[in-house]
Design a protein around this ligand. Structure first.
Ligand code: TYM
Length: 349
């Protein structure tokens, strides 16, 4: 809900009769939904269940903005051809999975360069300690990534991504929760310093899919090399599923479904009855992990069949992706300009 200034005719008032005057009206405004995904590699089913599927489900419930975070990908990817190609493929995959450009703006982050201006302004009020506590930064440094200023200030750019569209809701996986909390902290800091200029967003994390496990049971992630790609070939996908790490429980012995990545992954694709059946089969004993993996692969492969078909259809229309991205960027720019005008005015630029 937002306040709007409106012009109304008042015929009944004895003095104002027939004239226009300004009035405030409490008008419902659509919920703004925003999320982003880095084009730093091939998308996997953790991306799909953690962010893409919830984002697609939300697109009919408000004004949605989904973008390809290519500025962010520059913190780890320095190959221009790969960056361009990955960005296009993220757009293709997102569309194939059901993003409807008539409902959601899909665009490249770098097509709204105002976001880097807002990131700079946010940087000027960002406490160093806040960035030093960011898990994602500490994690990347621990994995041997060079500690660049871009990597360090990654959360400020992400905050700008969110705040520049007056976003209400941010659908993300659990690993991004802290970044959305930092965004809220920075919005509060700006509002305390300059008045109420930025809106506080809420993360939207679905409990069932907050952390999709990878082949080794850790969080599925490109950087851990434990992914199942969203649109991998049949052979490769089967190979990955068959390589899921298991313990050495013999075929005939009962198995614990709650500690098994096979069962957790199967639960993402199957119906409640099918999930209950697999649980019972685990607990009964008599079936080996190889068997369960085959069952998981069959389910997963079927699940994505309509999306693979849609992907082929999109690939057959060479201009479609460019048109969608251009249209999305135009919409996103219009909103970003409104917020940036407000911010520039407030800070004295
Ligand atoms: P990225 O590109 O790493 O991941 C995109 C989305 O996928 C989710 N995700 C997962 N969810 C559950 N289980 C998993 N194993 C899994 N792996 C990935 C992530 O949580 C994320 O939602 N910083 C962001 C990109 C970004 C952004 C933003 C997001 C930039 N600006 C503004 C939201 C709003 C990132 O690196 O996501």
């Amino acid at each position: 809900m937002r306040w709007f200034v409106t012009r109304r005719t008042c015929r009944s008032h004895p003095r104002l009769g027939g004239r226009y005057f300004l009035a405030y009206r409490w008008t419902p405004s659509p919920m703004r939904i925003l999320s982003g995904i880095q084009p730093s590699g091939v998308l996997h089913i953790g991306n799909y269940f953690g962010m893409m599927q919830p984002a697609i489900a939300l697109q009919s419930q408000g004004e949605a903005f989904y973008f390809i975070a290519d500025y962010h990908a520059l913190t780890t990817l320095h190959d221009p051809l790969a960056l361009r190609e990955n960005s296009r493929r993220v757009a293709l995959d997102f569309l194939a999975c059901g993003l409807d450009p008539a409902r959601a703006a899909l665009f490249r982050q770098s097509d709204v360069p105002q976001v880097t201006e807002l990131a700079w302004i946010l940087n000027t009020v960002t406490p160093m300690g806040l960035l030093e506590r960011a898990h994602s930064y500490k994690d990347k440094i621990a994995r041997g990534l060079a500690a660049s200023a871009g990597l360090f200030t990654y959360p400020t750019l992400m905050a700008a991504d969110i705040l520049i569209y007056d976003s209400d809701v941010v659908p993300v996986g659990r690993d991004q929760k802290q970044h959305v909390e930092i965004t809220r902290d920075l919005a509060i800091k700006m509002n305390e310093t300059y008045g109420q200029i930025l809106k506080l967003p809420e993360p939207r994390i679905s409990t069932a899919t907050a952390i999709v496990p990878g082949l080794d049971g850790q969080k599925m992630s490109k950087s851990y090399g434990n992914t199942i790609d969203l649109f991998g070939s049949e052979k490769e996908t089967q190979k990955r599923v068959m390589s899921i790490t298991t313990d050495s429980t013999p075929v005939e012995a009962p198995k614990n479904p709650d500690t098994s990545s096979i069962f957790q992954l199967y639960s993402l694709f199957a119906s409640p009855n099918e999930i209950a059946e697999m649980r019972a089969d685990f607990e009964k004993g008599g079936r080996g992990y190889g068997d369960f993996k085959k069952q998981l692969f069959a389910k997963l492969w079927d699940y994505f069949a309509p999306m693979r078909k849609r992907r082929e259809e999109i690939l057959a229309q060479p201009d479609y992706i460019n048109e969608v991205l251009a249209q999305g960027a135009a919409h996103a720019n219009a909103i970003a300009d409104v917020v940036m005008t407000r911010v520039r005015q407030a800070v004295g630029l």
